[in-house]
Design a protein around this ligand. Structure first.
Ligand code: GTP
Ligand code: MG
Length: 139
């Protein structure tokens, strides 16, 4: 059975560009319920811990530098089949390859600055939600 929650972040470049409101609106209009929400500035170490599964990959340094370069907005989202549906909803990792109308197509710039994160499994969603939020912060 697939789970009901996924975790997302609005990435620093999308916040700087002023897309926060548009992205949250699109998420809500897409039928996702926002269960938890906050704006956080990650340290390089915290970004490295969050992206631990990518440690050692060629883009790891660039990714963790970028994700700690400015605040992110973290959110837990609820919907049936949340993980898979949200990954389809945001589009391909590379905005140039993302479907028309997806968040990454609309608000992403390139592979690194691709506007949003989306969990890749139910296990990741729980780990990532727990990284940012206690259960007292998830309604
Ligand atoms: P997330 O939802 O952000 O996890 O994206 P994803 O699951 O579609 O991609 P993946 O987990 O493989 O990579 C995590 C993030 O690393 C991506 O969102 C990109 O921002 C970045 N990334 C992945 N591959 C590359 C790359 O080849 N170059 C650069 N600069 N960044 C990359
Ligand atoms: Mg991923």
């Amino acid at each position: 059975m697939t789970g009901k929650i996924t975790f997302t972040m609005i990435k620093p470049s999308a916040i700087t560009a002023g897309f926060t409101g548009n992205i949250l609106l699109k998420i809500e209009e897409g039928g996702y319920k926002i269960k938890a929400l906050k704006k956080v500035l990650l340290s390089k170490e915290q970004a490295g811990h969050f992206y631990d599964m990518h440690r050692g990959k060629p883009f790891y340094e660039e990714l963790t530098d970028f994700m700690s370069s400015g605040p992110i907005i973290a959110a837990v989202l609820e919907m049936e089949n949340a993980v898979d549906s949200f990954r389809t909803f945001i589009g391909a990792t590379d905005p140039a390859k993302a479907e028309e109308g997806t968040i990454r197509k609309l608000y992403g710039k390139n592979m690194g600055e691709n506007a949003v994160h989306g969990s890749d499994s139910d296990e990741s969603a729980e780990r990532e939600a727990g990284f940012f939020f206690s259960f007292l912060e998830r309604y």
